[in-house]
Design a protein around this ligand. Structure first.
Ligand code: HEC
Ligand code: HEC
Ligand code: HEC
Ligand code: HEC
Ligand code: HEC
Ligand code: HEC
Ligand code: HEC
Ligand code: HEC
Ligand code: HEC
Ligand code: HEC
Length: 490
C-alpha cells in the first residue's frame, strides 16, 4: 500500500479556526447552483419565447424539396400542429405527444391527410388510389420522401413497389380481397374518348403474381401469355406487302413508316387510313379500259349509287378527255357500257362483283406492276354482308391505338431499334396476328445485363387516373374485347 501524501493531522490543520466551514458554500458548489438555475430558467424562457416569437425552422431536420419550396418554411402545411397550437395542454395530449415522439417516430397519417387534401385542390384528384384490392395502402412518405435536400423529390424506387408486389403474402391477401370486388373497381387506365384501347379481362385472381424485378419474376405480357388474337376483320397481310412484286410508291419501296406514321410526340402511331396508306396501289378501279375511273371509298351506299349512275360517270369522263359534242359524248358512253356488259352479264352481277368477290378481275400477268393490285373490290379487304334491297354492310375496321394500357411506351426513345426486332411484322400473314413484343425483347436492354434502367416506374404509373375522383364512369374510348370474340375472330 502506497504511503498517504498527507497525514490526517495535516488535513485537520486546514480547518483550524474555521469550525463553521460546513455552513458556507465552496465556490464550486455555488457555481453549480447558478449554472443549474440559469439553465432551467433559460429553458423555460426559451419555450415561452419560442411559443410567442420563435421560428420553427430551428427544428427543421432537412431542406424541403424544390417542388414544395414555395411553402418550405410553413411547416403547418404538412405537419399537424393541433396538439401544440390548440393551446390546451391536457395530460392526454401530453401523453399523445410523448407516445408519438418516442415509440412511433413521426406519425405519417396526419401528414398524408395534408398531402392529399392539398393535392386534391392542386391536381383535382386524390393520390391514395392504386388498386381497389390493396390490403393496406402505403403512406405517401414511404415513396415521396421530404426533408432530403433542396432538389426535386427523389424518384420512387422499385423497392417501394416490390414491398407489395414482391411479397407472396401481400399478393395472396390482395387476390382474396379482389375476388370480393366488382371488376369495375379495377378500371384504372381510362383513355381519352377518341382512343381505342385493347383491354383484356382481368384474370380471376387479379394481377397478383409475385414480381421481384422486371428481368426475373415479372410475368410475360398478358397478350402473349394468353395468346390473344386480333378480332379485327380488315384483311391485311404484312408479309405479302414486302414481297418483291410490290410496286414502289414514288420510287420508294414500302417501309413500315409508309403506313405507320408517328404521332407528333413520337410516342405512338397514327391510325391507318385508306386514302393515305392503301389508295396509291388499291385505286378501286373497276374498268381496265378506263383506269381513270375509280369507285368512291368509305360508303357502300355511295358506291351503289355510283354504279347505278355509270352512264353519267362515263359522260363526265368524256368531257374530261376533251370530247365536247353531245352526240360524240353519247357515242363514247354507249361504247363503254357495251364493252363493260361484255365482261359482266348484268348490272346486278357487276354490283355483286364489286362488293363481294375477293378476286374479281386479274389484270394480265404482264401488266405493269403499278396497276397489278388496282382492280379488286371491297371484299378484298373487308368483311361484306349482304342486306336485302339495299347496299351491303361493310364491317367497320377497328384500329387499336393502345395495345398495352397497363404500361407506358415511347417509340421515340427506341428509334435505334429496328421495328421488326420488336414486332416481327414481316413474317405475319394474318390480320388476327397481334404483333406485340414479348418481354424477352425488352429484357435484352432493360436489365442489369443490358445496362438500361428497368425500374418499375420506367414503364408503369402508380396513381390512378384523374377521372377517378370525379367518380366518372369508364370513358367511351374504352374498347373491351370479349374473351370469346378474341379467341374466335368471326
Ligand atoms: C412538404 C411537406 C413538409 C413541410 C413543409 C415540412 N415537413 Fe417536416 N416532415 C415532412 C414529412 C413527410 C416528414 C416525415 C417523413 C420523413 O422523415 O421523411 C417530416 C418529418 C419531420 C420531422 C421529424 C424528422 C425525423 O427524422 O423524425 C421534423 C422534426 C420536421 N419534419 C420538422 C419540420 C419543420 C420544422 C418544418 C418547417 C420548417 C417542416 N418539417 C416542414 C413533411 C414536411
Ligand atoms: C400546400 C399544398 C401542398 C401540400 C400540403 C403538399 N404538396 Fe406536393 N405539391 C404541391 C405543389 C404546389 C406542387 C408543385 C406542382 C407543380 O410544380 O406543378 C407539388 C408537387 C408534388 C409532387 C410532384 C413533384 C415533381 O417533381 O413532380 C409530389 C410527388 C408531391 N407534391 C407529393 C407531396 C407529398 C407526399 C406531400 C405530403 C408530405 C405533399 N406533396 C404535400 C402542393 C402541396
Ligand atoms: C400497397 C401495395 C402495393 C404497392 C406499394 C404497389 N402495388 Fe401495384 N398492385 C397492388 C395490387 C394488390 C395489385 C393487383 C390489383 C388486382 O387485383 O388486379 C397491383 C397491380 C399493379 C399493376 C397491374 C394492374 C394495372 O391495372 O396496372 C401494376 C402495373 C402495378 N401494380 C404497378 C405498381 C408500381 C409501379 C408500384 C410502385 C410505384 C406499385 N404497383 C406498388 C398493390 C401494390
Ligand atoms: C401497306 C401498309 C402497311 C405497312 C407497309 C406496314 N403495316 Fe403494319 N399495319 C398495317 C395495317 C393495315 C394494320 C392493321 C391491321 C390489323 O388490324 O391487324 C397494321 C398493324 C400493325 C401493328 C399493330 C398490331 C396489329 O396486329 O394490328 C403493328 C405493330 C405493325 N403493323 C407493325 C408494322 C411493322 C413493324 C411494319 C414494317 C415491317 C409494318 N407494320 C408495315 C399496314 C401496314
Ligand atoms: C405499294 C402498293 C400497295 C399498297 C400501298 C398497299 N397494297 Fe395491298 N397489295 C398490293 C399488291 C401489289 C398486292 C398483290 C395483288 C395480287 O396478288 O395480285 C396487294 C394485296 C393486298 C391484299 C390481298 C392479300 C393477299 O394475301 O393476297 C390485301 C387484303 C391488301 N393488299 C390490303 C391492303 C391494305 C389494307 C392496304 C393499306 C393499308 C394496302 N393493301 C396497301 C399493293 C399495295
Ligand atoms: C385495299 C383495301 C381496301 C379496299 C379494297 C376497300 N377498303 Fe374500305 N377501308 C379500308 C381501310 C384500310 C379502311 C379504314 C381506314 C379508313 O377509314 O380510311 C376502310 C374503311 C372503310 C369503311 C369505314 C369507314 C368509316 O367511316 O369508318 C367503309 C364503309 C368502307 N371502307 C367501305 C368500302 C367499300 C364500299 C369498298 C369497295 C368499294 C372498300 N371499302 C374497299 C381498306 C379498303
Ligand atoms: C423496343 C421495341 C419496339 C420497337 C423497336 C418498335 N415498337 Fe412499336 N410498339 C412497341 C410496344 C411495346 C407497343 C405497344 C404500345 C401500346 O400500344 O401500348 C408498340 C406498338 C406499336 C403499334 C400499335 C400501337 C400504335 O401506336 O398505333 C404500331 C403500329 C407500332 N408499334 C409500329 C412500330 C413501328 C413502325 C416501329 C419502327 C419504326 C416500331 N413500332 C418500333 C415496341 C416497339
Ligand atoms: C421495361 C418495361 C417494364 C418494366 C421495367 C416493368 N414492367 Fe410491368 N409490365 C410491362 C408491360 C409492357 C406490361 C404489360 C402491360 C399490359 O398488358 O397492358 C407489364 C405488366 C405488369 C403487371 C401486370 C401483370 C400481369 O399479370 O399481366 C404488373 C403487376 C407489373 N407489370 C408490375 C411491375 C412491377 C412491380 C415492376 C417493377 C419490379 C415492373 N412491372 C417493371 C412493362 C414493364
Ligand atoms: C436496344 C435496347 C432497348 C430495348 C430492346 C428496349 N428498350 Fe426501352 N429504352 C431503352 C433506352 C436506351 C431508353 C432510354 C432510357 C433513358 O432515357 O434514360 C429506354 C426507355 C424506355 C422507356 C421510358 C420512356 C420514357 O418516356 O422515358 C420505356 C417505358 C421503355 N423503354 C420500355 C421498353 C419496352 C416495353 C421494351 C420492350 C418491348 C423496351 N423498352 C425495349 C432501350 C431499349
Ligand atoms: C408506392 C409508392 C407511392 C405512394 C405510396 C404514393 N405515391 Fe405519389 N407517386 C408515385 C409514383 C411512382 C409517381 C410518378 C407518377 C405515377 O406513377 O403516377 C407519383 C407521383 C405523384 C405526384 C406527381 C404527379 C401526379 O401524378 O400528380 C403527386 C402529386 C403524388 N404522387 C402525390 C402522392 C400523395 C399525396 C400520396 C399519398 C396519398 C402518394 N403520392 C403516395 C408513387 C407513390
Amino acid at each position: 500500500m502506497a504511503a498517504p501524501r498527507r497525514t490526517q493531522k495535516q488535513i485537520a490543520e486546514r480547518y483550524k479556526g474555521n469550525l463553521g466551514y460546513y455552513r458556507s458554500l465552496h465556490p464550486w458548489r455555488r457555481a453549480r447552483f447558478w449554472i443549474s438555475f440559469l439553465a432551467i430558467i433559460g429553458g423555460i424562457a426559451g419555450i415561452v419565447l419560442f411559443q410567442t416569437r420563435g421560428r420553427e425552422i430551428f427544428f427543421n431536420p432537412g431542406k424541403i424539396s424544390s417542388s414544395h419550396a414555395r411553402f418550405a418554411d410553413d411547416c403547418a402545411q404538412c405537419h399537424d400542429q393541433s396538439l401544440i397550437s390548440s393551446g390546451t395542454l391536457t395530460p392526454s395530449t401530453f401523453k399523445a405527444v410523448l407516445r408519438d415522439r418516442f415509440s412511433h417516430g413521426v406519425a405519417f397519417e396526419p401528414i398524408d391527410q395534408k398531402c392529399d387534401a392539398c393535392h386534391l385542390k392542386q391536381d383535382r384528384r386524390t393520390h391514395t388510389f392504386h388498386e381497389a384490392s390493396v390490403v393496406q395502402d402505403r403512406s405517401c412518405s414511404a415513396c415521396h420522401q421530404e426533408h432530403q435536400g433542396p432538389g426535386p423529390l427523389k424518384l420512387v424506387t422499385s423497392s417501394n413497389c416490390v414491398s407489395c408486389h414482391g411479397s407472396a403474402e401481400v399478393m395472396q391477401a390482395s387476390a382474396q380481397r379482389g375476388m370480393q370486388l366488382s371488376p369495375q373497381a379495377f378500371h384504372r387506365h381510362p383513355a381519352p374518348p377518341q382512343q381505342v384501347v385493347f383491354e383484356l379481362p382481368r384474370p380471376s385472381r387479379g394481377y397478383t403474381q409475385k414480381i421481384s424485378s422486371f428481368w426475373s419474376g415479372h410475368p410475360e405480357f398478358q397478350l402473349n401469355r394468353e395468346q390473344v388474337r386480333d378480332p379485327d376483320v380488315l384483311r391485311f397481310n404484312h408479309q405479302r406487302h414486302f414481297a418483291a412484286d410490290i410496286p414502289p410508291v414514288n420510287g420508294k419501296r414500302l417501309e413500315c413508316n409508309y403506313c405507320h406514321r408517328p404521332e407528333p410526340d413520337g410516342r405512338y402511331y397514327q391510325r391507318i387510313s385508306f386514302t393515305a396508306n392503301c389508295q396509291a396501289c388499291h385505286l378501286l378501279q373497276f374498268d381496265p379500259k378506263n383506269p381513270e375511273l375509280t369507285l368512291p371509298h368509305g360508303n357502300a351506299t355511295a358506291v351503289r349509287a355510283f354504279l347505278r349512275s355509270l352512264p353519267m360517270q362515263y359522260a363526265e369522263l368524256a368531257v374530261k378527255k376533251g370530247v365536247t359534242k353531245p352526240n360524240e359524248i353519247q357515242a363514247f358512253v354507249t361504247k363503254q357500257m357495251t364493252q363493260l356488259r361484255e365482261r359482266v352479264r348484268s348490272g346486278e352481277d357487276f354490283e355483286q362483283q364489286v362488293f363481294f368477290v375477293t378476286d374479281p378481275y386479274k389484270p394480265q400477268r404482264d401488266a405493269p406492276p403499278g396497276v397489278r393490285a388496282s382492280y379488286y373490290g371491297c371484299a378484298l379487304c373487308h368483311e361484306v354482308k349482304p342486306v336485302a334491297n339495299t347496299a351491303p354492310m361493310i364491317t367497320k375496321p377497328i384500329f387499336v391505338d393502345r395495345w398495352m394500357p397497363q404500361a407506358n411506351f415511347n417509340h421515340a426513345k427506341h428509334a435505334s431499334v429496328k421495328c421488326d426486332d420488336c414486332h416481327h411484322a414481316i413474317q405475319s400473314r394474318n390480320t388476327s396476328d397481334i404483333l406485340m413484343p414479348t418481354k424477352a425483347n425488352c429484357v435484352t436492354c432493360h436489365s442489369p445485363a443490358g445496362k438500361v434502367v428497368a425500374a418499375c416506374i420506367t414503364c408503369h404509373t402508380y396513381h390512378g387516373s384523374p377521372s377517378l375522383v370525379a367518380g366518372a364512369a369508364a370513358p367511351a374510348g374504352k374498347y373491351s374485347f370479349k374473351q370469346t370474340a378474341v379467341g374466335n375472330p368471326p
